[in-house]
Design a protein around this ligand. Sequence first.
Ligand code: SF4
Length: 148
Amino acid sequence: MSKSVIISACLLGEKCRYDGKTKAVNSVTEAYKEYEIIPFCPEAPIFGTPRERISVVEVAGEDRIIKEETKEDVTELLEEEINSFIDKYPDADAIVLKSKSPSCGYKTTPVLDENGELLRYGDGIAAKIFQTRYKKTQIKDENSTFRL
Ligand code: SF4
């Protein structure tokens, strides 16, 4: 059986970003051309595309995912979507997530305070859950050097 890789769908050319655009990165697709590619995007199925932007906001010491304009807290909605994706694809040999995203970013996502000021850089909600559920698989992003 071939190896599998989970890749953020916008890196694969899908127009699933909040603004309806893509962020295709050919070097990622090229690096994993021998793998079975499993596209991942937790936001588009819930909110549609285009959609209101969301951010990681620290509220009472906890990272929450909040819509920028309506201030709706959508943390649980995303958790459900991400966990059901992992239930469907419990094994992956590699993971490449889009940097800086409130969902997909790994160590690169701006974490804001409740006034919208930058507190630090951290993980998007999917990167955080992936680390606990794909324990043996290292997470990379599109800026990683691809050595297979
Ligand atoms: S960064 Fe993640 S959530 Fe955002 S569009 Fe890409 S795949 Fe979807």
